[in-house]
Design a protein around this ligand. Sequence first.
Ligand SMILES: [Zn+2]
Length: 258
Amino acid sequence: MDAAGYRQDLRQAAELLASSRRAVALTGAGISTPSGIPDFRSAEGGLWQHSDPMEVASLTAFRYQPERFFAWVRPLAQSILSAQPNAAHQALAALELAGHLQAVITQNIDDLHRRAGSRNVFELHGHLRQATCIDCFRRYPSSRLMADFAELGEIPKCRACGGTLKPEVVLFGEQLPYFVVQEAKELIARSDLILVIGSSLEVTPAAVFPVQALNAGARLIIINREPTYLDERADVVFRQDVAQVVPALAQEVMRGQA
Ligand SMILES: [Zn+2]
């Protein structure tokens, strides 16, 4: 797309955002790839091309072969722990602070939205901040445990019973966190503008969340490198880098306000 077309799309998206009252962002792996975190669900270039995720990252596999799971997840944990929020994460935090964004609903487990300053964050696939013992269900704050694990490769164990600690990330065959999903779903259903950022909308249930709101008249902005099944229902679609578009959009909205 030429530069003039891009400017025009930015203006149009900024107007939608400025005039919305209940905008929410739905983010996926693509918002964190500029921070150096691999898209671990994507077939190409993703971590999962090296092994069958069902074999290592399912709940059953975790119970019976935790060492295989931890060996598989270690590079991901390392990249998450060394990553910094990028300009797109920061722009979303700024939009929330300025009252232009209600919430961020994310499929990512990397904590970068919170670290960028977003407050109302819904993590559909969990996070690494806590871990639970799979035997006695004691819960532990896990930032330190994960750092030790990433550095030394030591599998985190329960201090009380010696059971393996499972980070609060959603594995295959595991339910998504119920209340988080319900709240996120309702927020999206009630929203008047949805920003899809860095998600190809292929992973359910998040992929279908926007449909109800769209049917009720919500507007849609999509910022993603790859096409999505909702592109044709979007008001504006950007294919450029999220770390370029999201800050430019935020800037345009704030400028309009000044
Ligand atoms: Zn235990």
